[in-house]
Design a protein around this ligand. Structure first.
Ligand SMILES: Nc1ncnc2c1ncn2[C@@H]1O[C@H](COP(=O)(O)OP(=O)(O)OP(=O)(O)O)[C@@H](O)[C@H]1O
Ligand SMILES: [Mg+2]
Length: 213
C-alpha cells in the first residue's frame, strides 16, 4: 500500500541502483510483498531484476498517464511499491509525485548535481502544494567520494531546504556497487570487505527511509 519513489531528473545519481537494492532488500531480507515499478525508458532496473536468480517482482510503467493510473492499482496488490524514476522527463516525475507517499532524491555531491537537485525540489514543492503536503520527501547523498570537501558543502546546502529532510546516511562511491548491475547482482552477493561496507550503508539507508513512514 505504500509507494516510495526514487526521483531526480539528473541522470546517473543512483536512482536505479538504489531502487533495485531497496526492492531486493525488502523482498529477500524483510519478506515484504514488494514490487519495483520501472518508469525509466532505459528499463535498466527491470532488466537487472529479470537477470537475477531470485525472483523479485517488477513492472515497466512509463507514460505519465499510465503512471498516474497504474501506480495506485499496483499499490493495492503489494504492501510496498518502489518506483524507479526516469531521467529528464519532468511530466513522468510529476505523475509519480502525485501518487507517491514518500519521495527519495539521491543527489551526487558535486556542484552541477546540487544545482540540478533544485529542479527535483521544485517538482516536490508543487506536488506538496497540490496534495496538501504529500509526498513526504528526503534527500540523501549518493556516490559520495570519501574525504572530499564538497560533501560537507552539500550537507550544509541541503540542510537549508525546508520541504525535504536530509537523510543521515551517505552512500559512498564504491567499485562493488558499480559492479552489481552488469552481473545482475546486489552487494549482498559479493564477499569482499568493501562490498560489506556498502551492505551496511544500504541497510542503514533503507531503515532510515522506512522510519519516515
Ligand atoms: N554508490 C555507487 N558507487 C559506484 N557506482 C555507482 C554507485 N551508485 C551508482 N553507481 C553507478 O553509477 C551509474 C549510474 O547509476 P544509476 O543507473 O543507478 O543512476 P540513475 O539515477 O538511475 O541514472 P538514470 O537517470 O540515467 O536512470 C551506474 O553505472 C551505476 O553502476
Ligand atoms: Mg535509472
Amino acid at each position: 500500500m505504500t509507494i516510495i519513489a526514487l526521483i531526480n531528473q539528473k541522470g546517473g545519481c543512483g536512482k536505479s541502483t538504489t531502487a533495485v537494492h531497496f526492492t531486493y532488500w525488502l523482498a529477500t531480507k524483510k519478506n515484504k510483498r514488494v514490487l519495483l515499478v520501472d518508469a525509466d525508458a532505459q528499463q535498466s532496473s527491470s532488466e537487472w531484476l529479470s537477470g537475477m536468480e531470485v525472483a523479485v517482482p517488477y513492472k515497466v510503467v512509463q507514460t505519465p498517464d499510465d503512471l498516474l493510473e497504474q501506480i495506485p492499482e499496483l499499490a493495492g496488490q503489494y504492501s510496498l511499491v518502489i518506483v524507479d524514476g526516469p531521467a529528464s522527463l519532468a511530466e513522468a516525475t510529476r505523475a509519480i509525485l502525485f501518487r507517491a507517499d514518500l519521495a527519495i532524491v539521491p543527489v551526487q555531491p558535486t556542484g552541477v548535481d546540487l544545482r540540478s537537485a533544485s529542479d527535483a525540489m521544485r517538482l516536490i514543492r508543487q506536488a506538496q502544494s497540490v496534495r496538501g503536503g504529500s509526498p513526504d520527501a528526503a534527500v540523501f547523498l549518493s556516490r559520495a567520494v570519501k574525504g572530499t570537501k564538497l560533501k560537507d558543502e552539500a550537507i550544509a546546502l541541503l540542510s537549508k531546504t525546508p520541504e525535504v529532510s536530509l537523510l543521515k546516511t551517505v552512500i559512498h562511491q564504491k567499485q562493488a556497487i558499480a559492479d552489481t548491475s552488469g552481473q545482475s547482482a546486489t552487494v549482498w552477493d559479493f564477499p569482499s570487505a568493501r562490498a560489506k561496507e556498502s551492505v551496511q550503508e544500504y541497510e542503514r539507508l533503507f531503515k532510515e527511509i522506512l522510519s519516515m513512514l
